[in-house]
Design a protein around this ligand. Structure first.
Ligand code: PBG
Length: 306
């Protein structure tokens, strides 16, 4: 009666990794129990999740090496894996909210989120591509685009491009406070997208900073974001709370791949109870202020809540 925080299925955003082929279901070695699916099996999996009450998916694609380049040209292909995935999911599940990842790293021969010149990840040229990419996802039927790249000024540019393209109803979930975190390791295995040189510290945030998160969030709100994200989640609960207190928008938090794999590994070793850990951590993230939680545990959590 006095419990303040109650998880429910519609709190969750389900990340989905899609790969080329048919009838493909590959387990990601550093994410036990999590898979890359071909489009046909991704649709089947999403139908099951929809029936369990999950309302939102966040799509990532694994791009074949031969289609990667420095400019992310494949990201704009109307028949690219992302665009085909969105069309197939919206056709099978028209009511499911489909969000698409917008960033160059899965398409980049350097594994960086932006275009590389010399040793630099160049901001403004990247923003142009991200805006075009967003329009292409909207055209394929995405309900939300989710820029995860952390370039400056991209929310404004994406908003403007969507308006000009006539996609007035496409939302933007901005990864506004995204930290340069070691907890993204398993995700980079999943998409084969680890940076080929250097790291992402020139565009992602220093984990030691708090005020900068608020500044990043305020910029994205001013530029037209509809949902603000903090990422990762478990090590950044204070940031989630501060962001929640300072914006009048829904706040999402991304419980990232390494945070998933830590629980899986500890449970497998018998160090803790997996089911209890999942519910406790996700409840903590919601209690910290997340209205929405992107998590690889979405399906398991919903099954546990039932
Ligand atoms: C990159 C991107 C990353 C994640 C989502 N989009 C990794 C990175 O910044 O290198 C991480 C998600 C996770 O670890 O679960 N655009």
């Amino acid at each position: 009666m006095v419990q303040e925080t109650i998880l429910k299925p519609s709190d969750f955003i389900l990340p989905v990794f899609i790969t080329e082929g048919e009838k493909v279901k590959d387990e990601i070695s550093s994410m036990p129990g999590y898979y890359r699916y071909s489009i046909d099996l991704a649709v089947e999996e999403l139908k099951e999740c929809w029936a369990l009450g999950i309302k939102c998916s966040l799509i990532f694609v694994k791009v074949p090496d031969e289609l990667k380049d420095n400019l992310g040209k494949e990201a704009l292909n109307e028949n690219g894996l992302m665009q085909r995935s969105v069309r197939a999911i919206k056709k099978a599940l028209p009511e499911m909210i489909v969000m698409t990842d917008v960033a160059l790293d899965p398409f980049s021969s350097f594994g960086h989120d932006g275009i590389v010149e010399g040793q630099e990840i160049v901001n403004d040229k990247t923003v142009d591509v991200l805006a075009k990419m967003s329009v292409s996802h909207a055209k394929a039927g995405a309900d939300f685009v989710a820029p995860s790249d952390m370039m400056d000024g991209r929310i404004g540019a994406i908003r403007q491009a969507l308006e000009e393209g006539g996609y007035h109803n496409t939302g933007i979930m901005s990864y506004a406070a995204k930290y340069a975190s070691c907890f993204y390791g398993p995700f980079r295995d999943a998409l084969d997208s680890a940076p080929g040189f250097g790291d992402k510290k020139t565009y992602q945030m220093n984990p030691a900073n708090r005020l900068e998160a608020i500044k990043e969030v305020e910029m994205d709100v001013a530029e037209g974001a509809d949902i603000i994200m903090v990422k990762p989640a478990h090590a950044y609960l204070d940031i989630i709370r501060e962001v929640k207190n300072s914006v009048q928008l829904p706040v999402s938090a991304y419980h990232v791949s390494g945070e998933y794999s830590m629980i899986k590994a500890a449970a497998k070793a018998g160090y803790l109870n997996e089911d209890q850990a999942i519910i406790e951590v996700l409840t903590g993230i919601k209690r910290a202020g997340a209205d929405l939680i992107a998590t690889y545990f979405a399906k398991q959590a919903v099954q546990l809540l039932k």
